[in-house]
Design a protein around this ligand. Structure first.
Ligand SMILES: [Ca+2]
Ligand SMILES: [Ca+2]
Length: 142
């Protein structure tokens, strides 16, 4: 009896400790609802932003952790309910080149990164605006 109750106590303790392990469990959210185009600060278990339409300027958007989205998206999902491709641009107002694009129903995690946000090189931590373009999938997108 004593051994059994000690084992049970150990299991309960483990269950109580486990939820405290993630850095920010309240804001980590890997889901992306139908119809949305989502971006993450780092991987899918970090801060998230979800767009139902495009957005011309990420400087006034934050992830659910409060961190600014501009030059900070490193992972993305496209959950369009039709055929819209998520197209991310280096500049605000859809200017500059396309950083990367994500086809309907596709994901990309930990985009190629040169380690310097916003310098126009690499794909991670570079996007400043998002335009939704119908007619996907496109062969050049994730
Ligand atoms: Ca905005
Ligand atoms: Ca860069």
């Amino acid at each position: 009896m004593i051994r059994k109750s000690r084992m049970l106590g150990g299991v309960v303790a483990a269950l109580l400790v486990t939820p405290l392990v993630p850095a920010s469990p309240a804001s980590a959210d890997s889901s992306c609802g139908t119809g949305y185009h989502c971006g993450w600060d780092i991987g899918f278990n970090t801060g998230k932003v979800a767009f139902f339409n495009g957005d011309a300027d990420f400087r006034d958007n934050t992830f659910n952790t409060g961190v600014v989205v501009d030059n900070n998206i490193k992972s993305a999902k496209n959950r369009t309910s039709s055929n819209y491709v998520s197209v991310y641009y280096y500049g605000v107002n859809y200017t500059g080149d396309i950083v990367f694009c994500v086809n309907p129903g596709q994901d990309v995690q930990n985009l190629p990164d040169d380690g310097i946000p916003g310098n126009g090189i690499g794909e991670a931590n570079e996007a400043s605006s998002l335009r939704l373009i119908a007619g996907g999938p496109f062969s050049t997108c994730y």
